[in-house]
Ligand binder design. Structure first.
Ligand code: NDP
Length: 283
């Protein structure tokens, strides 16, 4: 039976560490770190994510605001708001919740964020820094996965890691972080031939696809660590990951549940990034 990597518990520890850091920061600089979230439109999942982020930030003592905008907001209005936040000295972190409403492109809005305030780590400057091994802000979800593996005692040095999914927000930065940890990394995607065989060779699998229970027990090498980023609904409408948890936990060495695995870590790492950004701006 696999060891369960309890994201909820580990996230709680990270959040307590951040709260302590925020307290010290506030005492030292006479202001709390500030996180500003831009939420445009009515996407139901985004509303929930933003509410959770807002609550967690408040609990950690982080200041800030959620800027709620109508679905009809234009690209230039969004860019103007981001620029205003860039110029505001009390703002340390800016997060633009995706997806943006139809007709608004992500690129120009994300690129308008000051890279020093880019707590999602999606700006091209931070992407370049990550791949160049330079310090910068790193995307929250992959960073959370690395922390889960570390807390679970999974050794990455020399390990064969397979990341399934090549998105800019999860798959690619995940691969960069695994390389940084000295893993030998394969990035798989929808055109990968013999995906099952590729996964079966891995010591570490990170699934970031968005397909309910796609990774099954015969895809997993006995003893492998399996990190499930996916957030899907199963045939009964229940939240589930990309991994068939019930069967894979029988063969894996370590596994994250959904819910209660990667999700809570994403929020914890966002708070951590906000504190880091605040410190960097005070230097
Ligand atoms: P994207 O849709 O942007 O990317 C999905 C990736 O999966 C693509 O690279 C795609 O390949 C690949 N893919 C699709 N179908 C297959 C297949 N049959 N076999 C192999 N690869 C396939 O998704 P995201 O990266 O944004 O998110 C992935 C999942 O993670 C989603 O369920 C999302 O909800 C969840 N998520 C969870 C977070 C959390 O905090 N827990 C945070 C962010 C995302 P190709 O490039 O070839 O199209």
């Amino acid at each position: 039976m696999a060891k369960i990597l309890d994201g909820k518990a580990i996230a709680k520890t990270v959040r307590a560490e951040v709260a302590e850091g925020v307290k010290k920061f506030t005492e030292r600089y006479g202001r709390a770190p500030g996180l500003h979230v831009v939420l445009a439109g009515e996407d139901q999942a985004s509303q929930v994510y933003v509410r959770n982020k807002e609550k967690a930030a408040k609990e950690a003592g982080i200041a800030g605001k959620v800027h709620r905008l109508a679905t009809t907001v234009t690209q230039s209005e969004l860019v103007a708001l981001v620029r205003q936040l860039d110029d505001d000295p009390d703002v340390d972190g800016i997060l633009v919740q995706l997806p943006l409403p139809d007709g608004v492109e992500d690129g120009p809005v994300l690129e308008a964020i000051d890279p020093e305030k880019d707590v999602d780590g999606f700006h091209a400057t931070n992407v370049g820094k990550l791949w160049s091994g330079l310090p910068g802000l790193v995307p929250c979800t992959p960073q959370g996965c690395i922390r889960l593996l570390a807390e679970g005692g999974v050794s990455l040095k020399g390990a064969r890691a397979v990341v399934v999914g090549r998105s800019n927000i999860v798959g690619k930065p995940m691969a960069a972080l695994l390389i940084r940890e000295h893993a030998t990394v394969t990035v798989a995607h929808s055109r990968t031939k013999d995906l099952q065989g590729v996964c079966r060779e891995a010591d570490v699998i990170v699934a970031a696809v968005g397909r309910a229970k796609m990774i099954r027990t015969d895809w997993v090498k006995p003893g492998a660590a399996v990190i499930d980023v996916g957030m899907n609904r199963d045939e009964n409408g229940k939240l589930c990951g990309d991994v068939d948890f019930a069967s894979v936990q029988e063969v894996a060495g370590a596994i994250t549940p959904v819910p209660g695995g990667v999700g809570p870590m994403t929020i914890a790492m966002l708070l951590d990034n906000t504190l880091r950004a605040a410190h960097a701006r005070e230097k």
